[in-house]
Design a protein. Structure first.
Length: 369
């Protein structure tokens, strides 16, 4: 029989020789028990049991550490995310799957069921929405509108995989390759050099020599002055002899200071583009928030947007001098043609009102005589 120290050495040697078996099933190797019993007897077996208990605990700790390391690697892998071209599935999935994208013209309705699998996709609605490339969207993108009020018309219809393509209408142009609105082409008063295209405005001829125009204007005036004077004198004498009130026949001067524009807002809006109206009201006190509100309320009716923008400005400004403010701002913006058209509309109505007033005054004078 060996002494205690020798028995322990035998036990350790036997244990190390079969330690792999202990790591696998955590059981005492039979070969270790036999060798130790032969060499050391009962005391050796007791020593071996203590060694095996310690070895078993160590094996369990090692196994736990191994599992912890494996779990940590998995967590790190998940934190890295999906590889390029794949998309993370809904976070409610326990396995944090990575899914392939839906093709152009479709959208996702359900995540993939396996890692790097295909999701359930559905077609976008033709003419209503689209997706131009591979995607992982829950909703297709809404098609744009070619707003006729902005001078636009459809060049190519919206499809499932392509947005609508707009272009300028006839007699409208836009200098940029991509336009949200087109400007109306200029009308030439003295002849055209180049016609308006979809990307360029009309080029007009310049005015003729000012002296020539002046002579053409002055000549008939000079010749006609005597006749005009004679006609005026005769007319006044006739009026004075008939009614005895020359002041009643005098024409009132046109005055835009106190013109009530409320009845003309619709006509004014028809003469201006939506962008001209926006620029005008923005410079004259209408806030962007109010403009956005009107746009949202009448999103598919540009004509009504113009009317509402001008009405809000008129309410804010008030009646006094509103007409002059409008005309002057249009001229500052080089919109002379628009300003002239609006003035003509107002002049006709004011002149008509003055004629009616004179007619009523004449009737009153006749009734008094």
């Amino acid at each position: 029989m060996l002494d205690s120290k020798a028995c322990l050495d035998v036990g350790k040697s036997s244990l190390n020789a079969s330690i792999q078996g202990a790591k696998v099933d955590n059981q005492i190797p039979p070969s270790s028990v036999i060798r130790t019993t032969v060499a050391c007897g009962l005391k050796g077996i007791q020593a071996l049991i203590l060694i095996l208990i310690a070895g078993s605990v160590n094996a369990q700790v090692t196994a736990v550490n191994h599992e912890g390391l494996k779990l940590r690697k998995n967590v790190i892998k998940r934190e890295i995310g999906c590889r390029e071209g794949l998309h993370p599935a809904d976070q409610s999935h326990e396995n944090h799957l990575c899914c392939q994208p839906c093709p152009a013209g479709k959208r996702k309705i359900a995540d993939c069921k396996v890692h790097e699998g295909k999701p359930d996709c559905i077609l976008c609605k033709e003419g209503e929405d689209y997706t131009e490339k591979e995607n992982y969207l829950d909703k297709c993108i809404k098609c744009d509108l070619c707003d006729g009020g902005h001078g636009l018309e459809v060049e190519k219809n919206c499809t499932r995989n392509q947005n609508v393509k707009c272009r300028c209408k006839a007699d409208f142009f836009c200098k940029n390759s991509s336009c949200d609105y087109c400007e109306p082409c200029m009308t030439c008063e003295h002849g055209t050099i180049e016609k308006c295209t979809s990307t360029s405005n009309t080029k007009c001829k310049e005015k003729e020599n000012s002296y020539t125009l002046l002579w053409l204007l002055v000549t008939p005036v000079v010749i006609g002055i005597p006749g005009i004077i004679y006609g005026v004198i005769k007319y006044r004498k006739h009026k004075r002899g008939t009614y005895g009130n020359p002041e009643s026949t005098e024409m009132r001067p046109l005055n835009f200071t106190d013109v009530d524009l409320s009845n003309y807002i619709t006509y004014i809006a028809e003469e201006m583009t939506i962008n001209q109206v926006k620029d005008f009201v923005r410079k004259n006190g209408i806030h962007e928030a109010k403009m956005d509100e009107i746009k949202n309320n009448y999103s598919h009716d540009t004509a009504e947007q113009k009317v509402q923008l001008l009405r809000n400005w008129y309410q804010l400004h008030g009646k006094k001098d509103a007409c002059n403010t409008l005309i002057n701002n249009l001229r500052k913006a080089n919109l002379y043609a628009v300003a002239e058209k609006i003035q003509e509309i107002l002049k006709k109505d004011i002149a008509s009102d003055n004629e009616n007033t004179n007619f009523n005054n004449e009737n009153e004078s006749q009734s008094l005589t």
